[in-house]
Write a protein that binds this ligand. Structure first.
Ligand SMILES: Cc1ncc(COP(=O)(O)O)c(C=O)c1O
Length: 395
């Protein structure tokens, strides 16, 4: 059997063995409850949790007490949007977001609409980016929250978070950014970027699944949330429930590795990605790259191959694991809403595939992937009546 090459690192990443090693003792002999204040088992667990919290805080230029551990970005986003809006409803009931956010944001915004809030969904241009003047014009006196992701999970485009943060600061509006795809891959300075809340998942950075955090600003200004889970008052009352110590240790270690190796890792993955882009665009002339190539995560690319159906292409790629659309929408055969937001036709929206390189990829993976994609696209195009018609049209 051929070696399977994993190129779906936007969906999830394999756990780094160093991370797993760091976690193991906390599944075994160091099993204490971090809330047990009366004995060394509890102290040891609490110490490990606080170490992870400090590591994460250092990487973001914030204080450790501003990190609230959750089960992942989805929960963090729910806590941030529902918690902030419900706690601050006297300030107004208008939220601004964009059409290509992850479903975790879009569906939570829909729920806020059910609860009486109004939401404006900003459109994006064909590069996948919002217009900042449009954002400014959309702000109203009753706008309380702006939620714009740092990097998109499907097309990898990166928003101008600095400018959005400045706009929020000027207008005194709370700024939430979903950094599930960017944390550990791009530098983030919460002070410089004027971010008030930031949502992250551990399994996108070679850490374990089921753990993440929400950064909640505690000064200049202090962000107040209505808690969403009642219970023992863990996480300074913001998220009750016994802390999953091994997962938190894993998240801390995964963050440390990402931040220590960020430059080298970005450079390596960018070069693999760029080589793939160059080969495919050379060999397959109609190849379309979805989203801005300049403002994009270094390890991601999203292609459309006209006259080739994305799902059919994936079935043909025997040694490559990648996805058409995001993992969360690929269970349904709806064309990706992100592709449609870029202005693509239904047919082109169905023809996209997302490739994301990761830490475990080897140098020759690019070559193997390129060859297999080229062969598969050519074979499928030969069978496509649309492609044959297009070829026979006079220029
Ligand atoms: C941009 C973005 N936001 C939020 C999430 C949700 O993360 P999780 O499923 O880990 O809660 C994801 C996961 O795919 C994502 O890519």
């Amino acid at each position: 059997m051929k070696r399977k090459i994993y190129l779906d690192n936007n969906a999830t990443t394999p756990i780094d063995p160093v991370v797993l090693d760091a976690m193991m003792p906390y599944f075994k002999e160091k099993f204490g409850n971090a809330a047990s204040r009366n004995h060394p088992f509890g102290w040891e667990a609490e110490e490990a949790v606080e170490k992870a919290r400090k590591t994460i805080a250092k990487s973001l230029n914030c204080r450790a007490r501003e990190i609230v551990f959750t089960s992942g970005a989805t929960e963090s986003i729910n806590l941030a949007i529902k918690g902030y809006c419900e706690r601050n409803s006297e300030k107004g009931k208008h939220i601004i977001t964009q059409v290509i956010e992850h479903k975790a944001v879009l569906d939570t915004c829909k729920e806020m609409e059910n609860r009486g809030w109004e939401v404006t969904y900003l459109s994006v241009n064909k590069e996948g980016l919002i217009d900042l003047d449009n954002l400014k014009e959309t702000i109203r006196d009753d706008t309380v929250l702006i939620t714009i992701m740092h990097a998109n999970n499907e097309i990898g485009v990166m928003n101008d978070i600095f400018s959005i943060g400045e706009i929020c600061l000027e207008r005194d509006i709370c700024f939430l950014s979903d950094a599930a795809q960017s944390f550990g891959k791009l530098p983030i300075d919460l002070e410089a970027m004027h971010i008030d809340m930031l949502a992250v998942s551990g399994h996108k950075i070679y850490g374990p699944k089921g753990i993440g955090f929400l950064y909640v600003r505690q000064r200049n200004p202090k962000v107040e949330l209505k808690l969403q889970i009642e219970g023992g008052g863990h996480e300074r009352g913001m998220r009750s429930g016994t802390l999953p110590v091994p997962l938190i240790v894993g998240l801390g270690e995964a963050s440390r590795l990402c931040f220590e190796n960020m430059d080298a890792e970005s450079k390596r993955l960018r070069s693999m990605r760029d080589k793939l882009v160059a080969t495919l665009t050379d060999e397959l002339p109609d190849t379309i790259i979805n989203g801005s190539m300049e403002q994009r995560l270094p390890h991601n690319v999203n292609f459309s191959f006209p006259h080739v159906e994305g799902e059919a292409l994936l079935m043909k790629l025997e040694s490559i694991a990648c996805s058409s659309g995001s993992a969360c929408t690929s269970a349904t055969l709806q064309p990706s809403y992100v592709m449609k937001a870029l202005g693509h036709s239904e047919e082109l929206a169905h023809s996209s595939i997302r490739i994301a390189f990761g830490r475990m990829n080897k140098e020759d993976d690019t070559e193997i992937a390129a060859k297999e994609i080229i062969d598969a696209v050519m074979t499928l195009r030969e069978k496509s009546p649309f492609h044959r018609t297009a070829k026979s049209q006079p220029a």
